[in-house]
Design a protein. Structure first.
Length: 379
């Protein structure tokens, strides 16, 4: 447990809430979830499921109708043919990551991942008595792993590489050429690629189709949390290579029995045309927010060398103002009433230079945040 770190942003969030309770106004740019409610058709489907008494366990791999709906979604969105039998419904992407790493890792084995990256990944690996190998990534590769980096760090204890695209905390998208190259190298080395596609759908301009369109060998993680605005429903999925499905099933039965039944029924409505139309409206709102925040931060002197193309994050170099982003974030909160996440939640590669800004709040709030930051840094 000594090596499992907490989510440090939670302390900052708690302090922000305490300040709000004491009457201060806080602009929240630290929160990693959409500010939109769950779409109406999903809520209606959940209410209908509850009224119909759908409150007992589903099979461990999930409701067959939901697994089929996800397979259809891959076919229609990504042109990828994915057998529903390979799709496992999980408690969030978190459950999917745990299952994928659980079937792949033995104690002492290694997983290569980008640093900075989503912090829970290294803790999942540690929990399974494995070793997370954080590869320093920077703007040059769009804060994404490269195939040559993966190859250079691979050794006989390495069993997997993890990629997230769009990524948290940088919002960057890996090119399909690089992703295919990583998949090829990992397979040649006898390992497996895990691709976290939780921010799929939230992409602005760049092309980002699922890696499943080009390979059946990767583990793919996804969720209803972000694009579908369903964080609190705790529902996601894993696509596993055929040969691993029985192992994944065994682990799912033991770890959580099944994902939430009412949430699974609700999610059947996530793929209805009217839901997807609403989600596209939201995507456009996120894009507008990014287009507001990115130039405004650059104009203030923050450096964002690799423009974010997706998710709802922006990872900004604040070294012009401080050599300690954590202290800077604390002061920004206390003195200016703006909450952002310091880099030290996301890894060990130069965290003191970076802040993560989440545009999960209205344009008016973002503009207010920018005004406060400008005043704070004296511009
Ligand atoms: C990259 C990434 N993967 C996985 C998760 C976990 O999401 P879920 O709510 O689906 O468990 C998050 C949540 O922030 C994330 O950013």
């Amino acid at each position: 447990m000594g090596e499992i770190g907490p989510f440090r942003v939670m302390e900052l969030l708690a302090r922000a809430r305490a300040l709000e309770e004491a009457g201060r106004s806080i602009v929240h740019m630290e929160i990693g979830e959409p500010d939109f409610p769950t779409p109406e058709p999903v809520l209606a489907a959940a209410q209908a499921a509850l009224a119909a008494g759908h409150t007992r366990y589903t099979p461990a791999l999930g409701l067959p109708a939901l697994r089929e709906a996800i397979a259809r979604f891959y076919r229609e969105r990504d042109g990828a043919v994915v057998a529903p039998e390979r799709i496992i419904i999980t408690p969030g992407a978190s459950g999917a990551l745990l299952l994928a790493l659980g079937v792949l890792l033995d104690p002492g084995q290694r997983v290569v991942m980008a640093d900075p990256g989503y912090p829970c990944n290294r803790h999942f690996v540690r929990f399974l008595e494995g070793e997370a190998v954080g590869m320093p990534v920077d703007a040059q590769s769009g804060y994404q792993l490269t195939a040559s980096q993966v190859e250079s760090r691979w050794d006989d204890r390495t069993v997997a590489a993890m990629v997230a695209s769009p990524a948290n905390p940088t919002g960057t998208v890996i090119t399909s050429e690089e992703l295919t190259a990583i998949d090829r190298i990992v397979r040649r080395l006898g390992g497996r690629l895990i691709v976290d596609e939780i921010y799929h759908g939230l992409v602005y301009g760049a092309a980002a189709s699922s890696v499943l369109a080009s390979t059946d060998a990767a583990f793919v993680v996804n969720s209803f949390s972000k694009y579908f605005s369903m964080t609190g429903w705790r529902l996601g999925w894993l696509v596993a290579p055929d040969a691993y499905v029985p192992e994944v099933e065994k682990l799912a039965q033991n770890l959580f029995i099944a994902a939430s039944t009412p949430a699974q029924y609700a999610a059947l409505a996530a793929f209805l045309p009217e839901t997807l139309a609403e989600l596209e409206v939201r995507r456009e709102i996120f894009r507008r927010r990014r287009d507001l925040l990115l130039p405004a931060l650059r104009a203030l002197g923050f450096r964002v060398d690799a423009a974010p193309q997706g998710a709802f994050y922006l990872y900004a170099d604040c070294s012009r103002f401080t050599d300690d982003s954590r202290q800077f974030a604390l002061r920004l909160l206390e003195e200016a009433g703006v909450a952002v996440t310091p880099g030290d939640d996301f890894g060990r590669h130069q965290p003191e230079r970076y802040l993560r800004f989440a545009y999960t709040t209205s344009e008016a709030q973002l503009e207010e945040g920018i005004r406060r930051i400008a005043a704070f840094i004296g511009r």
